[in-house]
Design a protein around this ligand. Structure first.
Ligand code: HEM
Length: 357
């Protein structure tokens, strides 16, 4: 089948006539394409323009990283008390989109909050690169285009939700939801990464049916753990600003519930690991489960240490990073328990029936 570049162009002359087979340098009217630039960094940066499965996965993984990253920088805003560093939205102050001296807000807090808002544009740029790469993949796969489109859409939702967080003076429910929406976006990015590495055929499980079910139960339990975590945060001292309200709950009780759910998650992961080892399962699935188990134990140690040290800011940041890793590693376990074959090529229609020799 003719690849993207070689397909004869019909109708209007494309503004980007691309000539020459993939191996040779491709030009736009004799200008070298960035995808053929001698500098590997430039080639990588523009690989979304002439995507391969590998570069598509690279961009999907980049989107996992930046979406986890903004969850951590967002927590950085909270633990530095900069939640209202930009007292308005979308402007930073009533008269300016960028930080300017303000009688009631320290420039330190303003720069931190504004810096976090700028990270949004990095996340959006990576999301856009994923959409372009999925669109320009040859052959184009609707499954990847749909998953990729979730990213810019998710960034818009998060930007609007961020406005709600500021306008509700950091209401703990809106702050918690901000984190959970990020978890949803990370899941969409991970699915793009996983799907880019497999076909569009029917799902085939590579572990016993019950192990796969256990994987889904684990995914639900980890999400419940994240929810319990944001409730602890919404009750605890790191509100993001002295003016912000808190959940009217007992901090020790909610932290205990959170820790108990963590025990359930660790128990489920151990059961999954054991089941994978005693059954006919892939090495990838066993390795993914073992890695998850290790990350959970580390996250639990960080969780208790921060709790007994009265939640120092640096440990809270580490705990938020740890929670995004626990979520990503859980998604990795779930997707390692099944695979998808290449989609069966459509049967040739009677008019195309090959001439019998
Ligand atoms: C696998 C294990 C764990 C995961 C995935 C996890 C996840 C989370 C998440 C997502 C948050 C909310 C972060 C935010 O709102 O930005 C959180 C907060 C918190 N977690 Fe955990 N957690 C785990 C284990 C623990 C354990 C064992 C403890 C021990 C008590 C603990 C104590 C806390 C505390 C005190 C907070 C509030 C931090 C703050 O005030 O900002 N966590 N956790």
């Amino acid at each position: 089948m003719l690849g993207f570049a070689e397909r004869p162009r019909r109708g209007l002359r494309s503004p980007f006539p691309v000539t020459g087979p993939a191996g040779q340098a491709r030009t736009i009217d004799d200008v070298k394409l960035p995808t053929d630039h001698p500098n590997p960094l430039v080639r990588r940066l523009f690989s979304f323009w002439a995507p391969t499965t590998q570069s598509m996965r690279g961009w999907a993984m980049a989107s996992v990283v930046v979406n986890a990253g903004i969850a951590v920088t967002g927590a950085g805003v909270r633990v530095t008390g900069s939640g209202l560093g930009c007292p308005t939205w979308p402007r930073c102050t009533p008269d300016s989109f960028i930080p300017v001296p303000h009688p009631e807000v320290s420039i330190f807090n303003m720069l931190i909050e504004f810096g976090n808002r700028l990270v949004t544009f990095l996340v959006l740029a990576v999301g856009a690169a994923c959409v372009i790469a999925a669109w320009r993949m040859a052959p184009r796969r609707r499954s990847l285009v749909r998953l990729a489109l979730l990213q810019p859409a998710g960034v818009v939702v998060q930007a609007l939700w961020g406005g709600l967080v500021v306008n509700t003076m950091l209401n703990p429910f809106t702050v918690g939801m901000h984190f959970l929406i990020s978890a949803g976006l990370i899941a969409a990015c991970w699915m793009l990464y996983a799907r880019a590495g497999e076909g569009d055929g029917p799902v085939r499980r590579v572990a016993h049916r019950d192990i796969r079910r256990l994987g889904h139960v684990l995914l639900a339990a980890v999400f419940a753990l994240l929810v319990a975590g944001v409730v602890v945060t919404g009750t605890g001292p790191h509100s993001g600003d002295a003016m912000a309200s808190r959940f009217d709950l007992d901090i020790e009780a909610v932290a205990r519930v959170h820790a108990d759910v963590a025990y359930v998650v660790v128990g489920l992961t151990f059961a999954l690991l054991f089941a994978l080892h005693v059954s006919d399962s892939t090495r990838a699935a066993r390795r993914a489960a073992l890695a998850l188990f290790a990350v959970e134990l580390l996250q639990g140690v960080i969780g208790y240490t921060q709790y007994f040290l009265a939640v120092p800011a640096a440990l809270v940041l580490l705990h938020v990073l740890g929670s995004t890793l626990v979520w990503i590693f859980t998604l990795r376990v779930v997707t390692s328990l099944r695979t998808r074959e290449p989609a069966p090529s459509p049967a040739p229609s009677p008019t195309e029936a090959p001439a019998t020799v």
